[in-house]
Design a binder for this molecule. Sequence first.
Ligand code: HEC
Length: 190
Amino acid sequence: MSLIRSFLIVSCLAVSSVFAADFKKDIQPILERNCYECHSLKTGKKKAGFVFDDLETFKLDIKDNDVAQIRPGKPAESHFLEILVNDGKNHMPPNENLSSAEIKKITEWITEGASFEKDAPKLALTAVKKNLPPIMSWTNVDGKTIKAGFVRLDGANVVLRMPLNAAEVPYPLTKLSEASQKLARDCAAP
Ligand code: HEC
């Protein structure tokens, strides 16, 4: 599978200070609700060859190399996460969006090392924080998508960093969709 990526996506939520994603408790139920329908060994639906209910198989997609869907500790380089947050043709689940809370959990889980074991050692976050410009999808009230990084909340505005020239642009919160306003608040939370 080729990883075509013109921009990096890493949710700012990855660098939040609460690391508490437990695969069985937090991640598996999200995949069960949103993905098993089309990606399951049990039901035999293996769209694009992926199954997420059989952990032995799923594990093969989790590795630190260029073709792996999930790169432990590197949410911005994990195709699996990118297609959950992008608005491209290969967006997953098709025609639906995970909630920002679900995306946040998955991002945390990948950032911490994408282990199935609850007590696995967590990866450090500093490298992720320093090297990867966070670029996310925002939606405004007109339904238009804006690709930008979160910088900070500033009064009634969210300051976004534009991917092309890194300009910081204040954007009125009230002009964003409810979900994107919530995302901005989540991003600003310590
Ligand atoms: C309604 C069916 C359906 C659901 C639900 C679904 N997928 Fe998919 N998925 C597909 C199909 C169909 C493809 C193949 C699309 C293609 O090759 O263009 C695919 C492809 C993929 C791929 C390969 C993507 C790529 O770029 O080649 C991944 C990874 C994936 N899905 C993950 C997920 C995850 C994670 C979820 C749940 C959050 C999910 N899918 C939910 C149908 C689904």
